[in-house]
Design a protein around this ligand. Sequence first.
Ligand SMILES: [Ca+2]
Ligand SMILES: [Ca+2]
Length: 284
Amino acid sequence: MKYFKQLFVTFLFILTLMFSCSGSDSDPKEEATCTKICSTGFTLNSSSCECEPEPCNKTCETGFTLNQDDCECNCTKTCDAGFNLNTDTCECEEVVAFVPEIIEIETETATLSADWKERTTIEDFSGDSYIVWEGPDQFWKGEANIGNAGRLTYKINIQKTGTYQFEWRSYIAKVAPTNPNTEHNDSWLRFPDAEDFYAQKGTSTVYPKGSGKSPNPAGENGNGFFKIYMNTGGAWTWTSGTFDNNFHSIYVRFDEAKEYTVEIAARSSFHAIDKFRLTEQEPL
Ligand SMILES: [Ca+2]
Ligand SMILES: [Ca+2]
């Protein structure tokens, strides 16, 4: 019995030895047990059992260049002259030149009142004729009277909203013995329902008195009317501005596509007006 017990202990010892030996043995089969799961964009390197970035071997369409860092195709197209790159669509788009909307109205189309006369004496008018105020001068009669005498109304149909420059084609129809280029050279103008009506020279912007806005130009103005003048004798001229001795051009803003009103009123006698136009300004 004792012999058997000793044999059993010896057997256990050998068995323990066998297991401890196999436990410390580096069996290469163990490496196959690497079961790491890699996130998107990574693959498992089974040799090192590490997740490594997937090699980027994307092919990009024409106009796109592969960025190896993020493996994205970026738009790097270059466009021909006259085309601009739209970075959203990565398309070359033709540069469309700004074509201003121009509205032109013959002044003789209004229903003439008071001493406004339709004439054809001065050559080179357009349309059927031109208009000229043959009544008394209407200046320095007090601010309350500005624009009241000989007020003509025109309706203009604005289809493109925006800012327009106002100009009229006018003529000094009577040559004064002194200061011939500053007499018979102006009339009143107002846009009663436009969103804005102002005069500008560089960074200087002025508004007519009565508009509720300031500053106002030097020289007579009021009731929302600007005095619009030019200083060229003996020729029809498109020059139209306000502000005495500091010529500011005239602008008007229309925020809606609808019908607006233009008002011209008498100021200087024998200031002839052939027509007026509104030229859309390119948005900044
Ligand atoms: Ca004048
Ligand atoms: Ca005309």
